[in-house]
Design a protein around this ligand. Structure first.
Ligand code: SF4
Ligand code: SF4
Length: 78
């Protein structure tokens, strides 16, 4: 799954990220800050991150995909 973090301190609430998200993952909250409303739909395309003029939104892709979570036992060597 992909994580989308919004740093409100830097965000000027221009709405660009919301407008450019092709998956409609983002929406404005009552204070007009972007908020992630549909994380499951995020494709990780990073359009929001690339378009944000204030570097206020960061997309982090989980490279392991669905193989995350219970990796407790077994130690990787090398
Ligand atoms: S990474 Fe792409 S799909 Fe995900 S929130 Fe940003 S613009 Fe939308
Ligand atoms: S594009 Fe950046 S500054 Fe504009 S609303 Fe989105 S996160 Fe905030």
């Amino acid at each position: 799954m992909t994580r989308v973090d919004i740093y409100r301190g830097w965000c000027k609430r221009c709405g660009i990220c919301i407008a450019f998200c092709p998956k409609h993952v983002l929406d404005a909250d009552q204070g007009l800050f972007p908020t992630v409303t549909d994380p499951e739909q995020c494709s990780g395309c990073k359009l929001c991150e690339m378009r944000c003029p204030d570097f206020a939104i960061v997309v982090t892709k989980d490279e392991k995909g669905k193989a995350r979570g219970k990796a407790k036992s077994g130690s990787a060597t090398g």
